[in-house]
Structure formats: structure tokens, C-alpha cells
Design a protein around this ligand. Structure first.
Ligand SMILES: Nc1ncnc2c1ncn2[C@@H]1O[C@H](COP(=O)(O)OP(=O)(O)OP(=O)(O)O)[C@@H](O)[C@H]1O
Ligand SMILES: [Mg+2]
Length: 290
């Protein structure tokens, strides 16, 4: 039963896609079957993992509008333990097309039900908005990973995101946790980066990952070669940072990973089929409440 982690922040360019690709690749490198889902019409995640979004016949778009079953949209990648569900520019129109659908915020969650069993982790790359696509991701997820760029105005807009998480908990997904806040594009030469890190820590406390992703040119080059940084330059700082993040997430989810059978039993005993107690088993030790 996979742990679903939505990578979300409605602010653009903070490192959502870079973190989704490289976290998923690093988890897969530790031989944990991992699925990467691109739910952003920009399809940066899709091309960044080496798939041309113009040539895919089944994508998150077809899944969300109900044209193809989720399993049919899964593609394999160059990494043995990593699969991907690509995006397509058509996804731009999906929010409108889904408007009349009953329970439109739960489409992805329902689509994932059967597939979740095949993976240890499912990482969803969200678009830079708090619209229906992000809502679907937060509803399907066990937790949300929030990348925050170590820059001026880092915390700007995070109130809105936290408020959305609160609303999702109240109405759609009471079990949604904060997996952690990830500082990205950290520049060790700048005092500003340290000031921002301190401010983010003051605000989020122990919910901030110990791992910090430094600004690293290899991370920005890798997508143009359609590769996670691990396959592009495994010794780079960027590769090391995301391996560190994967280790931290594995550590925080030990209880969930060590007891899959027990979790499975709890889930099958759950009549909703979604396993209310499942996320209890996967809750990180440092539980964060808003
Ligand atoms: N640690 C890093 N070091 C250097 N460049 C980075 C790093 N992280 C991300 N970038 C670059 O910054 C840009 C924005 O990153 P990314 O696409 O991951 O952000 P995003 O939040 O997914 O953006 P969007 O909101 O448009 O989806 C990209 O060009 C990416 O290559
Ligand atoms: Mg992106």
C-alpha cells in the first residue's frame, strides 16, 4: 500500500517538479517501488523524466476525465523501481471538464485505489495553483511535502496553502499530514539563505526537513537530458541532497514500511476501502497540527 505524497505550493518556480522527480528517483534507487504522477498541465515532470508529453496517448488528463483506467496510463522509466504517469497540455482544460462530475475532488483518490498496492511511494507533482488539480492531489494524498525557496518572500502565500490543507482535512481528507517543509535552492554563500532558513524554522519548527537542497547547476541541467540528477551526475551536490531527503523520508516512515502486512489488514478491514487507520501507522514521529 503506497504512501501518497503530494508535492505542493501554489507559488511558481519553488522547486516542486525538481523535488518530485529527484525524490521519486532517490526512493526508487533504494529499491522501493515508486510511482511519479505528473498532474501539472506544464508537464515539466514528464519531460524531465525523459518522456515527450506530446507523444503520450494516455496521461493524467485521460484518467481524470474517465477515458482510461489509471493502470493504463502508467509508463516505466530508465530506473527499474520507478514508474510514471505522464501529463499532457490538455490537462489545462480538465478543471473545467470536471466541473459537472460528482465528487470531482476525489477522482484521483478513487483512480489510485487499486494501484496504490503496487508501490511503496507515490509522489505527485502539483501545478502552481490551488485549483481542482491540486485539490485532487491533496485528497488522494497521505501527506504533503511543501518546497520553499530560500529567497525573499519565502513564506508569502504559505498561509493560503496551509488554509487549503485545513479545508481539505475538514471536508475531504481528515488524515492529511504535513510530510515536511523542504528548503530549496539554498545558496550557502548568501546570508539571506540562512536568514530565510531560520525564519522558516521559526514558523514550521521540526516540520522542516533537516535536509536542505542547495542551489546546484546539475539539478537545473538534468531535466533537459530527460534524467533525474542521479542518472545525470550521481556525485553532484544536488544528487546527494535528494538522496538525503529520501533517507529522511524513509526514516520518518519506518513504522509504515516495516509493517506492510498489518497496514494491509487494517485497510482491507476498512469498509470505505481507504484505510482510516493506515495513515496513523505512517504518521511521522514529529506530528504537526495546524
Ligand atoms: N536546487 C536547485 N538548484 C538549481 N536550480 C534549481 C534547483 N531547484 C530547481 N531549480 C530550477 O529552478 C526552476 C524552477 O524549478 P521547478 O520547475 O522545480 O519549480 P516548480 O515549483 O515545479 O515550478 P512550477 O511552479 O512552474 O511548476 C527550474 O528551472 C529548475 O531547474
Ligand atoms: Mg513544476
Amino acid at each position: 500500500m503506497g504512501k501518497v505524497i503530494a508535492v505542493a505550493n501554489q507559488k511558481g518556480g519553488v522547486g516542486k517538479t525538481t523535488s518530485s522527480i529527484n525524490l521519486a528517483a532517490s526512493l526508487a534507487a533504494t529499491e522501493h517501488p515508486t510511482l511519479l504522477i505528473d498532474i501539472d498541465p506544464q508537464a515539466n515532470c514528464t519531460s524531465g523524466i525523459g518522456i515527450d508529453p506530446r507523444t503520450t496517448s494516455s496521461s493524467t488528463y485521460e484518467v481524470l476525465i474517465g477515458d482510461v483506467p489509471f493502470e493504463d496510463a502508467i509508463l516505466s522509466t530508465d530506473l527499474p523501481f520507478l514508474d510514471v504517469v505522464p501529463s499532457h497540455i490538455n490537462l489545462v482544460g480538465a478543471e473545467i471538464e470536471m466541473i459537472d462530475v460528482l465528487e470531482r475532488e476525489r477522482i484521483l483518490k478513487n483512480a489510485l485505489l487499486r494501484t496504490r498496492r503496487k508501490y511503496d511511494f507515490i509522489v505527485i507533482d502539483c501545478p502552481p495553483s490551488l485549483g481542482l488539480l491540486t485539490l485532487n492531489s491533496l485528497t488522494a494524498a497521505n501527506s504533503v511535502l511543501i518546497p520553499v525557496q530560500a529567497e525573499y518572500f519565502a513564506l508569502e502565500g504559505l498561509g493560503q496553502l496551509l488554509n487549503t490543507i485545513k479545508i481539505v482535512r475538514q471536508h475531504l481528507n481528515p488524515e492529511l499530514e504535513i510530510e515536511g517543509v523542504l528548503l530549496t535552492m539554498f545558496d550557502t554563500r548568501l546570508r539571506l539563505s540562512n536568514q530565510v532558513a531560520n525564519e522558516v524554522r521559526r514558523y514550521f519548527g521540526d516540520k522542516v526537513f533537516r535536509t536542505i537542497v542547495q542551489r546546484n547547476v546539475r539539478l537545473s541541467e538534468a531535466p533537459s537530458f530527460g534524467k533525474p540528477v542521479l542518472l545525470y551526475d550521481a556525485t553532484s551536490m544536488g544528487a546527494r541532497n535528494y538522496i538525503g531527503l529520501a533517507r529522511e523520508i524513509l526514516h520518518n516512515n519506518q513504522r509504515f514500511l516495516q509493517r506492510p502486512e498489518e497496514v494491509q489488514e487494517e485497510v482491507s478491514a476498512d469498509t470505505n476501502g481507504f484505510g482510516a487507520r493506515y495513515s496513523e501507522a505512517s504518521t511521522p514521529a514529529n506530528g504537526f497540527t495546524l
